[in-house]
Design a protein around this ligand. Structure first.
Ligand code: NAD
Length: 255
């Protein structure tokens, strides 16, 4: 039960972030949403579960905007007890053709923003001696795929950062862990399916081929399932789960 807890979920206007925010809201948490696109429908979806969520439109490439979001959380909600670092982007290209500005954006959003939200949330968590920092890494935090160099570098970085922060907080009521999803059918993955369709595959075949290459279950992981894992990591039973990178991936990394 997360009554009385405030949870910030970055990149929660879509996909996995919105799924996790919904599960935490159902469990009683006060949500603060962030992300681009259609924030109204995300806000309405969370509000329908109970409490009206906060929302901040920080672009996580910008340290000043991250600081403004954390200040907003402090001012409006008395700080955050749970940070779900979820926002992320992908770009697929071989290293020698990888756009330099895409590299910089991916490192900033997928990796550096995790450092910034964590460092800014920690003082209040330490004062309360309770906190949960959950970083949505990826199977690409554990293993690589070709043409995803920036993403793989950033996600391996997130897993390393998670372990380091878990050690720094080991004797406190604050835990830091990573969740490593396999394929989840969100706009981020739909883009990669659309590329296959553009290259001539049928939509159904594009989806099943994408899964067949990496995910032995042949099924997508769902945002709801990832939310339930995040909810467990927020629970008191998970207080000794520290510094793990927990994959939920239909068997991807077992191969
Ligand atoms: P998505 O594209 O559906 O959602 C991404 C969210 O991040 C959106 O809310 C978007 O507005 C937000 N965002 C993007 N750039 C931002 C920025 N500069 N500032 C603030 N917010 C920004 O993607 P998703 O698939 O739900 O991915 C969520 C996380 O899960 C990412 O970190 C991704 O790497 C990770 N992940 C996804 C999969 C998958 O198969 N979909 C697998 C493993 C890991």
């Amino acid at each position: 039960n997360l009554n009385g807890k405030t949870a910030l979920v970055t990149g929660s206007t879509s996909g996995i972030g919105l799924g996790i925010a919904s599960v935490l809201a159902k469990a009683g948490a006060q949500l603060i949403l962030n992300g681009f696109g259609d924030s109204d429908s995300a806000r309405a979806q969370i509000a329908s579960l109970g409490k009206t969520p906060g929302y901040h439109d920080a672009d996580l490439r910008d340290v000043q905007q991250i600081a403004a979001m954390m200040a907003y959380a402090e001012r409006e909600f008395g700080g955050v007890d749970i940070v779900i670092n979820n926002a992320g982007i992908q770009h697929v290209a071989p290293v020698e053709a990888f756009p330099v500005e895409k590299w910089d954006d991916i490192i900033a959003i997928n990796l550096s923003s995790v450092f910034h939200t964590s460092r800014l949330a920690l003082p209040a968590m330490r004062a309360r001696n309770w906190g949960r920092i959950i970083n949505i890494a990826s199977v690409h935090g554990l293993v690589a795929s070709k043409e995803k160099s920036a993403y793989v570098a950033a996600k391996h970085g997130v897993v390393g950062f998670t372990k380091s922060l878990a050690l720094e907080t080991a004797n406190t009521g604050i835990t830091c862990n990573a969740i490593c999803p396999g394929w989840v059918l969100t706009p981020l993955v739909q883009q990669q399916i659309d590329k296959r369709i553009a290259a001539g595959e049928e939509p159904e075949q594009a989806r099943s081929q994408l899964l067949a290459e990496k995910q032995p279950s042949g099924e997508f992981v769902t945002p709801q399932q990832l939310g339930e894992l995040a909810l467990f990591l927020c629970s008191d039973s998970a207080v000794q789960v520290r510094g793990v990178a927990w994959n939920m991936d239909g068997g991807w990394v077992a191969q």
